[in-house]
Design a protein around this ligand. Structure first.
Ligand code: GLC
Ligand code: CA
Length: 558
C-alpha cells in the first residue's frame, strides 16, 4: 500500500545552528519560520526538527527536562504552534525528535526517582545495587563516558545511562513509563506534527538480568544485550497500538548495530511497528566511532551495503537513505572532494547517487549547498561532549595531541553543528550576535544566497533531484522500482539500475578524480540528469569526467 511518506524528502534542521532571529547567537524557532520558503523551494515536504524541548543542554537538547515545553533559547510554545501552522500551509510537515530512551537528570521524573529508594518513581529509571566489591552492576560502557553506570552516594545504588551521566535511561519495563511517553506523543500528534524521528529507539529494551558484555571489539560494550532485542519490538508494537495507529504519520527509528533483517522487523508494514529506520553500516565504513579509529573509505564496500539494504527491504519494509545528519561530518568533505575544483561537482554526484535510490531521502541542513568540514585548531574549540570523550580516549591510549585533533577534524559531530551559511555578510547571516559555535570562514563563497541565485549550484541540483522523485514521469521508478547493482567490484564507479513497469533508469557515478570509460548493456536514451554540460549519451561507451554522475533512461525497458 502506498504511503504519503514514500515519496517524501526530509530536510533535517539542527535548530541551534540553523538561523538566529534575535541575536543571542543561538538558532531558534522564529529563525526557522523565516527560512521556510527556502526549504519549500528546495522541494522538501518534511522537516525533521532536532530537539527543541526544555533541556539543560548537556547534549544540546538530547537531554530533555520537560517534553511538553519549548526551551526558552529556542522560543515559546506559541512559536512552535506557528512553525507547525506555517510549515503546514506550505505543504511541509514537522517531524519531532522523540528522545525517549533517556531523559535529562534534571527532569522532574528523575529528580523524584533519585530522591529516595521508596519514591513511587524510583522504578522509572534503572537503579541497581553495586557488586559485592562495590563496583558497577555490570561491565557495560556508555557512548559518552567510560562506564554506563553512575553511583549515587545517597541511596548507595548505581543508575544506568547509555549516554552521558546527565542522560539517565528510562525503565521501559515499567508500564507507567511507557504510558507517560505515549501520552506525551499524543500531545504532539494532536498539535498536528507529522511524526517522529525516534532517538536511539532500538536501545529501549533492557534484559531483566543485565548480563555482562562479552563483545569488546565493535562498539559500545553491552550492545549485544540492549540493541534490537525482542523487548524493543514488543514496546514498539505496543506504542503503535496505543498511539501511532490512530495517526497517519512518518516514524523513523535511529538504530545503530542493525542488520537488514532487523530493518525488516522494524519497517515491514505487517509488523505494525514504525515506518523506517536509520541503519549505520555505511557511516561505519571509514571509522570505528566508539574507539575513535579511522579507516579508509571503500566504494566497493559502500555499494555492497547500500545494495543489500535496497534489495533486502524491497517490498518487505522501507528504507531511509542519508549521507549525513547532526552526528556526522559534512558529506562532501567525507565522501566527495571539498577542494575548489571539485566541491560542487562531487557534491552533486553524491546527491545523485543517493536520491535515485528507493526509500525516503534525508537532507541535512547545509548539505544542499555543499558545506564542508571546518578545521578546528585546538580541542578547546570543540563543543560536543563526544568530541571531548574521544579526545580523552586517544590521549589515554598515548596518541599524540595533533593526531587526535586530526581524527576529530575528520569525524567530529561538531562539523555538522557549525552554523548554517546563509550569506557572505558577517557571520554568514546566521546571527547578528556572537555565534555559539564559530562559523567556517569559507562562507564568503559557500552560502545559500549564492546557491539560490546560481542555476548551476548544488542547491538547484538537489531541487531537480527532489522534483524528479515527485514527478509523474519518473516518480514511480525512483520510489518503487526494482534496484540492481552493476559491476559490484568496480572501485571507481557506482552504477545501478532502477526498473518499474517497463521504465528503466541507469545511474552512473564516478567517485574518482580520473576520467574513466565504462560500457553498460542496453540502449541509452534520454539523459535525465547530468552534473556536467558534456553529454555522453550518443556514445556506445560512456566517458565519465571526474565525479561525473548521470541519470540515463534506457530504451525499451523490461
Ligand atoms: C542520538 C542522537 C545524538 C545524541 C544521542 C543521545 O544518537 O542523534 O545526537 O547525542 O542520541 O541522545
Ligand atoms: Ca536566538
Amino acid at each position: 500500500m502506498r504511503k504519503w511518506w514514500h515519496n517524501s524528502v526530509v530536510y533535517q534542521i539542527y535548530p541551534r545552528s540553523f538561523n538566529d532571529s534575535n541575536g543571542d547567537g543561538v538558532g531558534d524557532l522564529r529563525g526557522i519560520i523565516q527560512k521556510l520558503d527556502y526549504i519549500a523551494q528546495l522541494g522538501a515536504d518534511v522537516i525533521w526538527l532536532s530537539p527543541v524541548y526544555q533541556s539543560p543542554m548537556d547534549d544540546n537538547g538530547y537531554d530533555i527536562s520537560d517534553y511538553l515545553a519549548i526551551s526558552p533559547e529556542f522560543g515559546t510554545m506559541q512559536d512552535m504552534d506557528e512553525l507547525i501552522a506555517q510549515a503546514n500551509s506550505r505543504g511541509i510537515k514537522i517531524v519531532m525528535d522523540l528522545v525517549a530512551n533517556h531523559t535529562s537528570d534534571e527532569h522532574p521524573w528523575f529528580i523524584e526517582s533519585q530522591s529516595s529508594k521508596d519514591n513511587p518513581k524510583r522504578d522509572w529509571y534503572i537503579w541497581k545495587d553495586p557488586k559485592e566489591d562495590g563496583s558497577e552492576p555490570n561491565n557495560w560502557e556508555s557512548f559518552f563516558k567510560p562506564k554506563a553506570w553512575t553511583y549515587d552516594e545517597d541511596s548507595g545504588q548505581y543508575y544506568l545511562h547509555l549516554f552521558s551521566n546527565k542522560q539517565p535511561d528510562l525503565n521501559w519495563a515499567n508500564p507507567e513509563v511507557r504510558e507517560a511517553i505515549y501520552q506525551m506523543m499524543r500531545f504532539w500528534l494532536d498539535k498536528g506534527v507529522g511524526g517522529f524521528r525516534m532517538d536511539t529507539i532500538n536501545m529501549i529494551g533492557k534484559p531483566a538480568d543485565f548480563p555482562d558484555a562479552t563483545i569488546f571489539d565493535s562498539g559500545v560494550a553491552g550492545w549485544e544485550h540492549w540493541a534490537n532485542n525482542d523487548l524493543c519490538h514488543q514496546y514498539l508494537r505496543e506504542m503503535n497500538q496505543q498511539v501511532l495507529k490512530d495517526y497517519d504519520v512518518l516514524t523513523v527509528g535511529e538504530t545503530p548495530f542493525t542488520t537488514t533483517l532487523d530493518g525488516r522487523y522494524y519497517s515491514h508494514p505487517d509488523r505494525k511497528e514504525i515506518s523506517m529506520i536509520f541503519q549505520f553500516e555505511h557511516v561505519s565504513i571509514d571509522r570505528e566511532e566508539h574507539n575513535a579509529v579511522a579507516k579508509p573509505f571503500d566504494l566497493v564496500q559502500y555499494k555492497e551495503i547500500m545494495s543489500r539494504w535496497q534489495n533486502d527491504l524491497y517490498q518487505k519494509g522501507w528504507n531511509s537513505v542519508y549521507w549525513s545528519n547532526h552526528d556526522q561530518p559534512r558529506t562532501v568533505s567525507r565522501y566527495g572532494n571539498d577542494n575548489d575544483q571539485y566541491r560542487v561537482i562531487s557534491a552533486k554526484m553524491l546527491g545523485t547517487v543517493l536520491h535515485l535510490m528507493s526509500g525516503t531521502p534525508y537532507v541535512y541542513q547545509g548539505e544542499e549547498i555543499g558545506m564542508t568540514n571546518k578545521q578546528f585548531t585546538s580541542i578547546d574549540e570543540f563543543n560536543d561532549l563526544m568530541a571531548k570523550f574521544h579526545y580523552q580516549k586517544l590521549m589515554d591510549k598515548g596518541v599524540k595531541p595533533q593526531e587526535a585533533l586530526d581524527f576529530l577534524n575528520r569525524y567530529s559531530r561538531d562539523h555538522a553543528r557549525v552554523p548554517m551559511q546563509w550569506q557572505d555578510s558577517e557571520n554568514a547571516g546566521f546571527t547578528d550576535g556572537k555565534p555559539w559555535l564559530p562559523l567556517n570562514d569559507n562562507y564568503a563563497t559557500i552560502n545559500a544566497q549564492q546557491a539560490v541565485g546560481d542555476q548551476q549550484s548544488i542547491y538547484h541540483h538537489y531541487r531537480k533531484l527532489i522534483e524528479l522523485r515527485k514527478s509523474g514521469e519518473y516518480g514511480d521508478v525512483i520510489v518503487y522500482g526494482r534496484y540492481t547493482l552493476l559491476d559490484p567490484d568496480d572501485s571507481e564507479v557506482y552504477a545501478y539500475l532502477r526498473c518499474f513497469h517497463g521504465k528503466q533508469l541507469l545511474i552512473v557515478a564516478n567517485f574518482s578524480e580520473a576520467v574513466v570509460e565504462r560500457q553498460y548493456q542496453g540502449e541509452l536514451g534520454l539523459v535525465v540528469l547530468n552534473n556536467y554540460d558534456l553529454d555522453p549519451s550518443n556514445l556506445s561507451s560512456i566517458t565519465l569526467q571526474p565525479y561525473q554522475a548521470l541519470v540515463i533512461e534506457l530504451k525499451g525497458g523490461d
